[in-house]
Design a protein around this ligand. Structure first.
Ligand SMILES: C[S@@+](CC[C@H](N)C(=O)[O-])C[C@H]1O[C@@H](n2cnc3c(N)ncnc32)[C@H](O)[C@@H]1O
Length: 277
């Protein structure tokens, strides 16, 4: 299962596609509420037509439809297995379609909002995706791109020293497959280059003091590195160090973890948008 020519390959991740679905659920649970808070502050909602590209298994889409009950939703997902999950869980609440961020199967000027969450880091040509979103948006409509940055994605205390060198190799491997884990810092320029107006960047964060250390585990557990052990990207000694650092963190009653992400938004050229924010 693969979603296109970018770096997203769920079959190659820890636990295969099933493990990836669980990771996506955990990721939505960890920071999704903070992202929705920002969407509301930006005026998304009411009777908007909201298009989500790369909706995945629907972990965040389900939160979106609950938060914006009067909105119309179109969910675009290139991966067959994930699209089936969207159909199972979100029909008839949302229209679900194949397609991609670079080729959205909708007419021009039909959407009030286009959202891409943790998708642009996997694209070879994110500027093309942003241009395609602008085509679909009505004048004044809003593009919202949510992603992480590999240098500014949070912290853990005690610090998991063993992870830092490994991450730079994992990020390099994603780059070789067409993705970019350092996308967070580039989002403002990507949206501006595509032609967005009024481009703005907002951070969002979740702390283990709010959601518990357990909420981070699906994203940070050492097992996530097993595919890299199999390919030889990391050594067994490095993996053992990660496991022992992780156990140290779990045993520490004062352990603290913070996840940090970025939401970048811009509007489609044309008349002032009529969203309430
Ligand atoms: C990390 S998952 C995020 C899924 C979902 N947005 C979420 O937040 O749970 C990345 C998603 O991007 C999709 N994807 C990959 N390449 C894509 C492309 N070119 N256009 C649209 N979606 C793409 C994948 O199939 C996958 O569903």
């Amino acid at each position: 299962m693969s979603a296109g020519d970018g770096s997203y390959e769920p079959d190659r991740m820890a636990g295969g596609a099933e493990g990836e679905m669980q990771r996506l659920e955990a990721q939505a649970g960890l920071t999704g509420a903070k992202e929705l808070f920002l969407l509301e502050a930006l005026g998304v909602g009411a009777d908007d037509h909201i298009v989500e590209v790369g909706a995945g298994s629907g972990a965040f889409s389900r939160m979106l439809v609950d938060r914006f009950p009067a909105a119309d939703f179109t969910l675009i997902e290139p991966d067959t297995q994930m699209r089936e999950l969207l159909r199972r869980d979100l029909t008839p609440r949302a229209a679900i379609s194949t397609g991609s961020a670079e080729a959205i199967p909708l007419e021009s000027n039909c959407a009030d909002v286009v959202i891409a969450r943790f998708v642009y880091q996997h694209l070879r040509r994110p500027v093309d995706a942003a241009r395609e979103a602008l085509r679909v948006l009505r004048p004044g409509g809003r593009l919202i791109v949510i992603d992480f940055d590999g240098q500014l994605w949070g912290l853990s205390e005690p610090y998991n020293d063993a992870n830092s060198g490994i991450h730079s190799r994992v990020f390099e491997s994603q780059r070789e497959r067409g993705g970019d884990r350092f996308i967070g810092r580039k989002l403002t320029r990507i949206l501006a280059e595509a032609g967005c107006e009024s481009v703005e960047l907002f951070p969002f964060a979740s702390s283990s003091d709010e959601v518990g250390v357990e909420a981070f585990m699906a994203l940070t557990k050492p097992d996530n590195l097993l595919p890299h052990l199999e390919t030889g990207l990391i050594s067994i000694q490095e993996y053992a160090r990660v496991v022992s650092d992780h156990e140290r963190l779990l045993e520490d009653p004062d352990a603290l973890m913070i996840a940090l992400g970025f939401l970048c938004t811009g509007t489609a050229p044309g008349s002032a948008h009529s969203l309430s924010g």
